[in-house]
Ligand binder design. Sequence first.
Ligand SMILES: [Zn+2]
Length: 468
Amino acid sequence: MLGVLGVLVRAQSATLTARRPTPPHPTLPDHAHPAERCRTATPIVSRMDDILEIADRLWRGETEIGSQHPLAMAGGLTEVADRTAYVASFARVSAFSTDDGLLLVDTGHELAAKGIHGHIRDWDSGRLNTAVYSHGHVDHVFGVQVFEEEAAANGWALPVVIAHEALPARFDRYKMTAGYNAIINQRQFQVPRLEWPLEYRYPDKTYRDRLDVEVGGERFELHHARGETDDHTWTYVPARKVLCSGDLFIWCSPNAGNPQKVQRYPLEWAKALREMLTLDVEILLPGHGFPVMGADRVRQALTDTAELLESLVTQALELMNQGARLDDLIHTVQPPRALMNRPYLQPIYDEPEFIVRNIWRLYGGWYDGNPANLKPAQEGAVAREMAALAGGAGRLAERALELLGAGDLRLAGHLAEMATLADPTSAAAHDARAVVFAARATDATSTMAKGVFAWAASESRVQGSRPE
Ligand SMILES: [Zn+2]
């Protein structure tokens, strides 16, 4: 069925698209965002004007999503419909040319801002009239300044930035937790020198539930939904039949479980996707990934994502309502297999197991149901006790490696961690921990799991007998 859809939508997209030449993307510095660095180290996409073709191949299963990571590609601008463009930076930028200048949905990451501006200027010369932040994540909100400098230089009116009313509080929080955010993003993306910004371009105008914005005589409908964040805006452009989902659709398993970040809202997320399904949409422009062209594909992408989230919530709540422990949920709830085969729901950034934990946190508390964990002993004390019972930290490390050899990576992880906790000075324990978590990083599918495991392996390599 996907193959048939592919042919249909391919034909349709050809009539919708008048592509223009794509200028080269500037070289990024070596401290660029991990996703951008990834691009420079390994050119994942050679011709950005092929983005619709890539999207089509991905949809039909002819290209693996892992080779076109939706958060790793960066490049140029593609005109996806009349006066409508999509800029494939780390976070995507959707650009609408109107009779009164440009409206942008999202503005890009700080390090990509100049490149994004250049791509847009090669396509359209109108002033930036309005920028909408789909949410306050830092990869979406740093592109306005370049346009403001341009406006000032040209004597143009300054752009208006619109966002949901919860967004300013996010920026405030980012300033309060800058150190934490630097560390967790270094870990998540495996970029040791990543820095967290301290200054933000706050919105000029905010709204609560719904806002219609008129630019150049055209209506842009802004809708609020809690989902990946509490400050999400998805934008519908009825005259063009274009939907900008923000990160409520990102060409991989929803980022509704992120282990190191604040609460996500899977059920409200699904509800927003279902609301989008009531609209007349031909083109979906997501916050990451690729355009989805054609009403049938858009419907399928939104429906499948909603179903995945709803299934995880239903299963988790069923167990919670029976008094299950968090441990039961983690090892019982399973995403529907058919949905996990979809090219746009692969667990390559976040993963469903982490979503289950977020559901627990959302509807429950931090207590996991294990009474030993309510007021626990220090981890090191527990580990030393276990080591003493087993015959020493070295024995725990050996057992970790045996379990790794037997293919039980989860259990191996516990034993390796326990070995170093029991004796933090043991090179053998750190060697085992480095090997086990390096293997876990290789085995993991998601950016988030790979990041955490690789970080642990790297810590122990430094303290082990074979530092690199
Ligand atoms: Zn994003």
